[in-house]
Design a protein around this ligand. Structure first.
Ligand code: HEC
Length: 154
C-alpha cells in the first residue's frame, strides 16, 4: 500500500512539472528564444512501442523524399525552413517548434521524433500538432526525420 501511494505521489509531481512546463521536459522549443531559451532543454524518452526504434531511411534519396513531405505536410506550421516561422504555427499554444535549433535537435532522439510525428502533439499532452500515423507511411515519417536532421543549425 505504502509503495503504491508513493508511486502515485511521484506521478502527480511529474504531471505537475509537465503542466508547468518546467523540469520534467515536454516543453516545446520557443521560437523567439530558440530551443526554449532554457539552459536545460529536455524531451521525454519515447514510450513503447516507439522506444528504441532506429532510422534506416537515411540515404540522399530518402532526404529528398522527406523534403517533399515536409513542404507538403509540415511547413504550414513549422515554416518552409523548419524554423517555426509560419503564421499558423506561431498562433498555436505552445507554438510549432523551431526544428532547426541545435539544442532541440540534440534532445530529440530519433525514436522520440518518430513517436511525436506518429501521435502528434498528443504525445506530449499538447493539441496543436495533428497525428500523422494515418496519413503517412512509417517509411515516410523516417524520411521526413532524415530531412529534419539536415536542417540543424550549426
Ligand atoms: C497544425 C500544425 C502542425 C503541423 C501540420 C505539424 N506540426 Fe509539428 N508541431 C506543431 C506544434 C504546435 C508543436 C509543438 C507542440 C507539440 O509538441 O505538439 C510541434 C512539434 C513537433 C515536433 C517535436 C518538437 C519538440 O519541440 O519536441 C516534431 C518533431 C514535429 N513537430 C515534426 C513535425 C513534422 C515532421 C510534421 C509534418 C509531417 C509536423 N510536425 C506537422 C505543429 C504542427
Amino acid at each position: 500500500m505504502k509503495r503504491i501511494s508513493l508511486l502515485a505521489a511521484l506521478a502527480v509531481t511529474a504531471l505537475a512539472a509537465l503542466a508547468a512546463g518546467c523540469g520534467g521536459g515536454g516543453k516545446p522549443a520557443n521560437n523567439a528564444a530558440g530551443g526554449g531559451g532554457a539552459a536545460a532543454l529536455t524531451r521525454p524518452p519515447a514510450p513503447e512501442p516507439y522506444a528504441g526504434k532506429t532510422n534506416s531511411k537515411t540515404s540522399d534519396a530518402d532526404v529528398a523524399e522527406g523534403q517533399k513531405i515536409f513542404a507538403g505536410q509540415c511547413a504550414l506550421c513549422h515554416g518552409e525552413k523548419g524554423d517555426g516561422d509560419a503564421a499558423a504555427g506561431k498562433a498555436l499554444n505552445p507554438p510549432a517548434s523551431d526544428l532547426t535549433d541545435p539544442k532541440l535537435q540534440e534532445v530529440m532522439k530519433d525514436d522520440y521524433m518518430f513517436w511525436h510525428i506518429m501521435e502528434g502533439g498528443a504525445a506530449l499532452g499538447h493539441t496543436g500538432m495533428t497525428p500523422f500515423k494515418d496519413s503517412l507511411k512509417e517509411d515516410q515519417i523516417w524520411q521526413v526525420i532524415s530531412y529534419i536532421r539536415t536542417l540543424k543549425k550549426k
